[in-house]
Design a protein around this ligand. Structure first.
Ligand code: RP5
Length: 166
């Protein structure tokens, strides 16, 4: 029997393995929704040729959304977006000295014409970028849209059950 291997529809890229602690939150969320993904280190300034190749070939390989996390002068999301018309979601990774405010400004301030959807600095941004990718995929996949609705319901129930100290 041949096992059906689902090819990835979301690419989770990061500029360094040091970004994994944050970007792993995106992967975890995609796993929760059973979305086939691939995760790779593709550094914009250390692997520029590989970065361009990834962006140029992603659509033909079946990728629908790219999530890109980077820290510091975080040009990875913007440069990927320059080379593909797939949606690129940028996650600012906290940096050592400026704590990710540099990453945020680098990613969010794309000049008009080449958009990058920019998320919050750190874990919340990574998780929300994955949720946003699921929402995009959910526009054409009713099963995913249903799972998202269940996810929201669970959050609602959790918040309603919250209690404060007397
Ligand atoms: C960026 O430089 C990476 O995205 C990472 O956030 C930062 C530091 O990289 P390392 O020096 O830890 O490899 O390109």
């Amino acid at each position: 029997m041949t096992e059906k291997i689902e090819s990835p529809v979301v690419g989770v890229l990061m500029g360094s393995s040091s970004d994994w602690e944050v970007m792993g939150n995106a992967v975890e969320m995609l796993k929760n929704f059973n979305v086939p993904y691939e995760a790779k280190v593709v550094s914009a300034h250390r692997m520029p040729d590989e970065m361009f190749k990834y962006a140029e070939t992603a659509r033909d390989r079946g990728i629908k959304v790219i999530i890109a996390g980077a820290g510091g002068a975080a040009h990875l999301p913007g440069m990927l977006a320059a080379k593909t018309t797939l949606p690129v979601l940028g996650v600012p990774v906290p940096s050592r000295y400026l704590k990710g405010v540099d990453s945020l400004y680098s990613i969010v301030q794309m000049p008009k014409g080449v958009p990058v959807g920019t998320f919050a600095i750190g874990e919340a941004g990574a998780a929300n970028a994955a949720l946003f990718a699921v929402e995009i995929l959910g526009t054409t996949c009713p099963g995913l849209a249903e799972k998202l609705a269940e996810f929201r319901k669970a959050q609602n129930a959790k918040a309603r059950a919250m209690e404060l100290p007397a």
